[in-house]
Every structure is written in structure tokens, then in C-alpha cells.
Design a protein around this ligand. Structure first.
Ligand SMILES: Nc1ncnc2c1ncn2[C@@H]1O[C@H](COP(=O)(O)O)[C@@H](OP(=O)(O)O)[C@H]1O
Ligand SMILES: [Mg+2]
Length: 265
């Protein structure tokens, strides 16, 4: 699919979704608990609504798999061809705690791989874009919604003391056991798909995930990471793929330096 022409309209809708989220934050957040016990707010729902409207207009023939639509029982039984994965507000727990580490995520899956992704952090304006065979870039969205400080990004060679990023709210004993393999590493605990983006820019080196996530949580960040030169594998060490049963992810390991494979999960 021709993705480059979609980049600007999709960045615009991520910014718009960010405004919806920040408006809810300013007005005071009311939380509900979904059937799977995870939190959802009006911010997730409003952000998803604006994104789905634009995707349907831009690519009417491409299926969309989105977090809140899924929670409402709207997961498609079957997907043919490329499809969008949308997480309108990843890092809901951090959003609820008043942190900055939550993101808007849009990704395109083609042949089981994320070939295009946008991650946008509305609280600080950081934007990350990755496209297969075209590379990755980051920018800062200004207060008047302009793209500023745009520059190409790539992963860095792994230093002898790597920086590891891990989930802030979903840390578990398995993650701690993995981190123990790197006693000298610096650890950064942060919510949302920003973990992938930090590896993509060379601000971090390894992201181990030893707990469950959904495909919409990872696809956009994964696309940015791949386009920046990184890799992500499943528990068996195979390239991490999409369109799995129930759109559920297993464990994964993501890293930046292709020449320095991290310790296995
Ligand atoms: N038990 C579980 N099953 C499936 N996904 C889970 C999960 N626990 C956490 N997640 C996913 O992990 C994401 C948060 O990851 P992190 O801790 O790295 O920020 C959540 O995204 P949301 O915040 O969009 O709900 C949620 O989808
Ligand atoms: Mg999420």
C-alpha cells in the first residue's frame, strides 16, 4: 500500500486525538473498568472516534482493529489483506496517574509485519514515525500544531552498559529475573509504546516484555523501531508477527543494535 501520502493526514489525526485526550485530562478524568479489568476513560473513546473516522475516509477498503472497538465486542473474526491497528491511548495507567508517558498509536500491518507506524505523545508533543524501507524520524509538535525539530532517527550501537526500558505499571517477577542478567545496566521504567521509541532514537538499547500485551499496544512502536534499524523477536527468537489469535501478543524482546543480540528471554 502507498503509505507516504497517508503520513501527513495521519499525523494530523494523531494531533487531533491528542487534543481530545488533553481536553479530558483538563476537565477531570472519570474511569471505568472494562470486562478484562483494564481501565478505560472518555479520553480513549474520544481519541479512537476521531482516528477511526479519518482512517475510514482515507482507506475505506482497509480493515481497522482498534482497542476500544475490540472492548465493545467489535474484533473482526477474519482479516483479509493489510489492516490498521489502533491504540488511541496507550499507557492509560500513567495517564490516570497524571504522568506524561501515554501515547496515540496508529500502525499498518502488511503480510503480518508492521510496515508503517506513528506514535504521538500529546503531553510533551514528541512524535515518532517509521515506514518500512523509508526510515524513521521524530519531531516535536508545537503548541500551534506545527511539526518542528524534525530529524531522522536510528538506533545506536549497544554500549557495554546498556540502557534497558521496561513497563512501569506491568512489571512482574519474570521481568525482574531478566533484568538480573544485566546487573550493570541502567533501567528506565516508563509507560506506553514510548519504550520502543526510546530504543529507536538510541536513548535506550533493550526492551524486554515478559508479560501480555495486545497487538495494538506494540505495532506502531514496533514499526518505528524496525524503520530505525532495530529488531523485535518472540519467545522462540523469530521476528515478531501480527494477526495472531485474538490479536494477543506473547512475550517479546526488542532491541536497537542488530549486531549485538541481547540475552534471550
Ligand atoms: N493482562 C494483560 N493482557 C493484555 N494486555 C495487557 C495486560 N496487562 C497490560 N496489558 C497491556 O499493556 C499495555 C500497557 O503497557 P505498559 O505497561 O508498557 O504501558 C496496556 O495498554 P493500555 O494502556 O492501552 O490499556 C495493555 O493493553
Ligand atoms: Mg495500549
Amino acid at each position: 500500500m502507498q503509505k507516504t501520502a497517508l503520513t501527513n493526514p495521519l499525523i494530523d489525526v494523531c494531533i487531533k486525538a491528542g487534543h481530545e485526550i488533553m481536553a479530558v485530562a483538563r476537565a477531570g478524568i472519570t474511569v471505568r473498568t472494562k470486562d478484562d479489568k483494564s481501565p478505560v476513560t472518555l479520553a480513549d473513546e474520544r481519541a479512537e472516534r476521531v482516528i477511526l473516522a479519518v482512517l475510514k475516509e482515507l482507506t475505506p477498503d482497509v480493515m481497522i482493529v482498534a482497542e476500544e472497538q475490540a472492548a465493545a465486542g467489535g474484533l473482526p473474526d477474519q482479516v483479509d489483506g493489510p489492516f490498521w491497528l489502533v491504540d488511541p491511548l496507550d499507557g492509560t495507567k500513567e495517564f490516570l496517574k497524571g504522568g506524561q508517558d501515554f501515547t496515540v498509536n496508529i500502525a499498518l500491518i502488511e503480510n503480518g509485519a508492521p510496515t508503517f507506524g506513528i506514535v504521538y505523545c500529546p503531553a510533551n508533543g514528541r512524535l515518532f514515525v517509521g515506514e518500512q524501507d523509508k526510515g524513521a524520524w521524530q519531531a516535536v509538535i508545537s503548541g500551534d500544531d506545527r511539526i518542528t525539530e524534525k530529524r531522522a532517527i536510528s538506533t545506536r550501537p549497544c554500549p557495554s552498559q546498556p540502557k534497558i526500558v521496561a513497563s512501569k505499571s506491568h512489571r512482574n517477577a519474570e521481568t525482574d529475573a531478566y533484568l538480573a542478567k544485566y546487573p550493570d545496566a541502567e533501567l528506565v521504567s516508563i509507560g506506553s509504546s514510548l519504550k520502543f521509541c526510546l530504543v529507536a532514537t538510541g536513548e535506550a538499547d533493550i526492551y524486554p516484555r515478559l508479560g501480555p500485551t495486545m497487538e495494538w499496544d506494540t505495532a506502531a512502536g514496533h514499526a518505528v523501531l524496525l524503520a530505525a534499524g532495530g529488531r523485535m523477536v518472540d519467545e522462540q527468537g523469530a521476528d515478531f508477527g501480527y494477526y495472531k489469535p485474538g490479536f494477543k501478543n506473547g512475550l517479546f524482546l526488542a532491541w536497537g543494535d542488530k549486531n549485538t543480540r541481547p540475552e534471550a528471554l
